[in-house]
Design a protein around this ligand. Structure first.
Ligand code: ADP
Length: 496
């Protein structure tokens, strides 16, 4: 690009040649691109050919009067800054010219510095107004982009199959989508603005959203809960906090997922398992009985190899029966039913009884079993006694099974401020960290060189977890491969 293309175009309209030439010289040195005209008409024509950013205009010229020229320039080129140069300026003409939109005055005769100063001021003003116009345009564009973005987001949120509701810290709802309304049975056109409780029919879900809105929930996990609607649908609510830079709660986003289909499937699966297990139990028990009779009454084949086969068949049948029993226990627990009605239970007695029942098994393996109880009696619990027995039977049996011979198994119970804490610790094979979260899943078994000779179903720990959850308690594991495992059970003292 020619450097002159970037120069500011200035037009000088004056009938005095000396003034025109003088201005041209001074302004060209300032970096302007100067055009000149000797009268008003020629000046207007020159402007049509090339618009000027700044016009120096003599007021008194032969032909068209300067004020008229000014008027026409303001009409055709309102952006151009007009500086009046005249020797005949009176206050009246000055006011008149300013009213018509002149930018400034230079009285004739003027010094080059005076001209430079006035023109420079005009050019600066020009630059500022160009910058302002650019900023204005950018702002307009950003706003329109934001508008497009906003409406795009609104469309996406409206089209989501998940229910979405956004609250402020005070529980006021600021956004909700049609899927949310449909899930909770609201009019799909419901408007935000009211309190959370008018939109969400489940008090516990409201409570969760309020807590999260205030930033009171644990920030690492997304708190969630399940609730049912009046038309028997299961909804899973997950609340995510909206936090400012200082971590202060600005509100929450509550997402609802309809999990009814999963629940139905789960129920069908449980019913199926329960039915199949039930059907399997009686024939298996009959086979076991017959095998036991056959082996016990001497009616079994004399050939030792054949007798061995029958012994093996009896073992396998016994294994199957305990598998079926575990399956039935689990589906009963998942249905919310226990074994017995809750009653007063003294945990010390339960722990002693379970340890006694496993003592022969432990002795065969050479394990030492220690029960460490506090001097003060533990507070009584109200719980299903068979459920509690099953919890500690599973944990202690696992400690025996997953330890090499001659291990040490310690069961410690403590009263810890409103809760009873029981630890079942062994020095056995241990569990790799990445598998520790999986062992509470149904049918999961750790498979390695050490565990391959241990028979089991992978249902013991899920039963432990289900029983404890139904009692309002919990179970956790800490383990190090090769060093041992500790399961910690927490039970709320008093009424479970
Ligand atoms: P099962 O013992 O019938 O396989 P569980 O549900 O009781 O089923 O246990 C699941 C898995 O967790 C086991 O297969 C075993 O690998 C691991 N496990 C449980 N308890 C222990 C323990 N005390 N030490 C090492 N591994 C254990």
């Amino acid at each position: 690009m020619n450097q002159n293309d970037q120069a500011v175009p200035v037009l000088v309209i004056d009938d005095e040649r000396d003034i025109r030439d003088g201005c041209e010289r001074i302004l060209s040195r300032m970096g302007c691109r100067v055009a000149t005209a000797a009268d008003g008409r020629a000046g207007l024509e020159a402007l049509e050919r090339e618009p000027a950013a700044c016009v120096l205009l003599d007021l008194k010229m032969p032909g068209m009067d300067g004020l008229e020229v000014l008027q026409r320039i303001k009409q055709s080129h309102p952006q151009a800054l007009v500086i009046i140069i005249t020797g005949f300026a009176t206050v009246e003409t000055a006011i008149e010219a300013m009213k018509l939109g002149a930018y400034d005055f230079i009285p004739k005769p003027f010094q080059p510095d005076q001209l430079r100063l006035t023109v420079r001021r005009a050019l600066e003003r020009l630059q500022l107004s160009q910058q302002a116009a650019r900023l204005q345009e950018e702002r307009r564009r950003t706003l329109s982009d934001l508008d497009t973005e906003k409406s795009r987001l609104r469309t996406i949120i409206s089209a989501l199959p998940l229910g979405v509701l956004v609250t402020r810290p005070d529980g006021q709802v600021v956004l909700l989508n049609p899927a949310f309304c449909q899930m909770v049975g609201l009019d799909p056109a419901a408007r935000p603005g009211g309190d959370l409780s008018t939109y969400l029919p489940a008090p516990e879900a409201c409570e969760l959203a309020r807590r999260v809105s205030l930033g009171q929930a644990n920030q690492e996990e997304t708190p969630s809960l399940e609730f049912t609607t009046h038309d028997e649908r299961y909804l899973l609510a997950q609340a995510t906090p909206i936090l400012n830079e200082e971590g202060k709660g600005l509100g929450a986003v509550l997402v609802l997922v309809d999990v009814t289909a999963f629940k139905m499937l789960d129920r069908l699966r449980s019913e199926f398992v329960a039915k199949v297990s039930h059907e399997l139990r009686s024939p298996l028990s009959t086979i076991l009985l017959q095998l036991t009779l056959l082996l016990g009454e001497g009616g079994a084949p004399r050939v030792e190899g054949q007798r061995h086969l029958l012994v093996r068949a009896r073992e396998r049948t016994q294994g199957l029966i305990s598998f079926v029993r575990d399956l039935l226990d689990l589906s009963r627990l998942e249905d919310g039913a226990g074994w017995q009605e809750p009653q007063e239970v003294h945990l010390e007695e339960t722990l002693r009884a379970v340890m006694d029942s496993l003592s022969t098994q432990a002795e065969i393996r050479g394990h030492q079993m220690i029960l460490d109880l506090p001097a003060e009696p533990l507070p009584a619990l109200t719980a299903d006694p068979v459920g509690l027995e099953s919890v500690f039977n599973n944990l202690m049996a696992n400690a025996i099974n997953y330890s090499p011979d001659h291990g040490r198994i310690q069961v410690t119970a403590r009263n810890q401020g409103g809760s009873i804490l029981v630890e079942v610790a062994d020095q056995g094979f241990g569990i790799e960290p990445e598998k520790q979260a999986l062992i509470f899943e149904k049918f999961y078994r750790v498979k390695n060189e050490k565990t391959r000779y241990v028979t089991g179903t992978g249902l013991g720990l899920p039963i432990v977890k289900s029983v404890l959850e139904s009692l309002g308690g919990s179970v956790s594991v800490a383990s190090e491969p090769g060093r041992g495992t500790t399961f910690t059970v927490v039970l709320p003292a008093g009424g479970c």
